[in-house]
Design a protein around this ligand. Sequence first.
Ligand SMILES: [Zn+2]
Length: 175
Amino acid sequence: MTSFTGFRRREARAINSGNLRWADTGPTDADFIAARGLSGEPLGALLERLKWGNDHRAYARCVHLLGERFYDRKKRNVVKALCHTAIREWLDENCKKCGGRGLETDKFRNMTTCTKCNGTGLHQYADYERAHMANLAAGSWKKYERDYETVLECLRGAVSSHTVGAMKAFEEVAA
Ligand SMILES: [Zn+2]
């Protein structure tokens, strides 16, 4: 059974790999590439490509598609800066203290749960940080807060349905 993180790591390697030969000896990078394309979730696939494949050409397209997702839900346009901010936040989501491990070393050199993120490994973005990234006055963030939550939901939804879709396609491709 392929685990989520295992799949993601393998996917990242496959994106960066020039080795696309098909082999009879178990799944190859080519299988992963094929599965990615079959996930049925173009925004999620592009976001993963941007993050794990360091493919910066995907960025503008991600912003555009994310804006479209918002429009589909709310029937109005979103402030583009919110899409930029959500993508940047997602690209840099690790806790600044523990680097995303969720663990830190105490003064007795024992590993303990990170006190900053409580072990989640995620950085909890504050309103002022988001406003700053979006180039908006910190005091005006309340006005954008709900739209921003929607943008984040669209983004996370796209990423998780891409992962689910790609894993399913991978099981079929590699079977
Ligand atoms: Zn932490």
